[in-house]
Design a protein around this ligand. Structure first.
Ligand SMILES: *Cc1c(COP(=O)(O)O)cnc(C)c1O
Length: 400
């Protein structure tokens, strides 16, 4: 047997192992834009409860028009990294607008938030420093931290007391600078970080604070600025990373926002920024239109908040257990992995697209259907969703 055929055989075994463990992920194909209702290749129209399209901007007419306009005026692509010939006026405007929206001095664009996090820590921190991270932080934060030389500390998820223990340890270990980093909102449970307490602890221990706002920018807080606004610490977070690929239009792209010194140094040293192509002009132009919409009116985030309140109450009254909270991510607990898969399948037959999550994505015994509210949902969509959950829940004997 040649080396290459044994290699491919080895991969096939790995894939079979994933199948055997029941963890093989398949991709459902949809043939429409992302919206309240989407069509699948099976020809079925289903109410979509599993997109990160929190504000409905993925198919918003003003956003699509701005994308067309940028395509006409700035072309399709730049075929360059930023520092050679990949920076247009649109990119500079968008960076200034993101900074203004988030209350920071400046911001820098990336091809994805994964890259923003991947290229954040290594340029800013050295081996004399400490980075203190929530145990449930996003994979891109974990990878970004792995790439830097700072000493690493992990605190128990969403536990400020344990964070304090880590900060004391980092001090005892002689750390020069300490950076605490957390998701603003955690995607599996919809938990919103206790940034007010975390900020206070950071101040007491002379630590910097950074947050990943991928599931927050655009809708958390009274004017949608994010977790810092929601928790009353707007303007008091040192570093914010986020995505253009969720609430802010859902195309792709990410950013880091913060003090001028931070952003300047990232432009000089952050590897995913230096060695990867610039954001497409279409996305830059459309994202500016997104910020125009969000700064002009809170109507979309207000509707999302209403939908979230309605759905959380209605699904609870229907007899389901949910993780309590305010976030438009609503985890509907099934506990048993097989039942969660059956429920998701039955919901699809009833015209509701909602996916199940089970071990290892969530802890054993905590299988769930995670639904996500959007401003594109009308009350009727949510009523139909609750009715379908009730019917499927009774059929599968999850409800009495
Ligand atoms: C989605 C997500 C990312 C990655 O965002 P992309 O722009 O799609 O790369 C990073 N962090 C968190 C917390 C996320 O939820």
């Amino acid at each position: 047997m040649t080396t290459s055929s044994s290699f491919y055989q080895h991969l096939a075994q790995d894939i079979q192992g994933i199948h055997d463990a029941g963890l093989y992920k398949t991709e459902r194909i949809i043939t429409t834009p992302q919206h309240a209702v989407v069509r699948t290749t099976e020809g079925r129209d289903v109410i979509n409860l599993c997109a990160n399209n929190y504000l409905g901007l993925s198919s918003h007419p003003a956003v699509i028009e701005a994308a067309h306009e940028a395509l006409r005026t700035h072309g399709y692509g730049l075929s360059s990294v930023r520092f050679i010939c990949g920076t247009q006026d649109l990119h500079k405007t968008l960076e200034a607008r993101i900074a203004r929206f988030l209350g920071t001095e400046d911001s820098i664009l990336y091809a994805a938030a994964f890259d923003a996090n991947g290229g954040l820590f290594e340029p800013l921190l050295g081996e004399e420093d400490a980075v203190i991270s929530d145990t449930l932080n996003h994979a891109s934060i974990i990878d970004g931290i792995r790439l830097c030389k700072a000493k690493r500390y992990r605190y128990e998820h969403n536990n400020p007391d344990d964070l304090e223990r880590c900060l004391l340890q980092a001090k005892a270990d002689g750390a020069r600078f300490k950076l605490v980093f957390t998701d603003g909102a955690f995607s599996m449970d919809g938990t919103i970080a206790q940034l007010d307490r975390i900020r206070e602890i950071c101040e007491r221990h002379g630590a910097l604070l950074g947050i990943d706002e991928c599931h927050a920018t655009g809708f958390l807080g009274k004017t949608g600025r994010g977790t810092h606004e929601h928790r009353g610490v707007f303007g008091r977070v040192d570093i914010i990373t986020g995505t253009l690929g969720k609430a802010l239009g859902g195309a792709s792209g990410g950013f880091t926002a913060g003090r001028k010194e931070v952003i300047d140094l990232l432009r000089q040293r952050s590897r995913p920024y230096l060695f990867s192509n610039t954001l497409a002009p279409v996305i830059a132009g459309a994202s500016i239109a997104v910020l125009d919409l969000l700064e002009a009116s809170t109507a979309l985030r207000d509707k999302l908040e209403d939908n979230t309140k309605y759905f959380r109450k209605a699904i609870t009254e229907a007899g389901f257990e949910i993780k309590p909270g305010d976030h438009p991510i609503v985890p509907i607990m099934v506990h048993d992995a097989v039942k969660a898969q059956r429920l998701s399948k039955r919901l699809m037959e009833l015209g509701i697209y909602a996916v199940g999550f089970f071990f290892p994505v969530v802890p054993k015994g905590q299988a769930r259907i995670r639904v996500q509210m959007s401003a594109v949902h009308e009350r009727e969509h949510l009523e139909r969703a609750v009715a379908a959950f009730s019917q499927a829940g009774r059929e599968l004997e999850l409800l009495k």
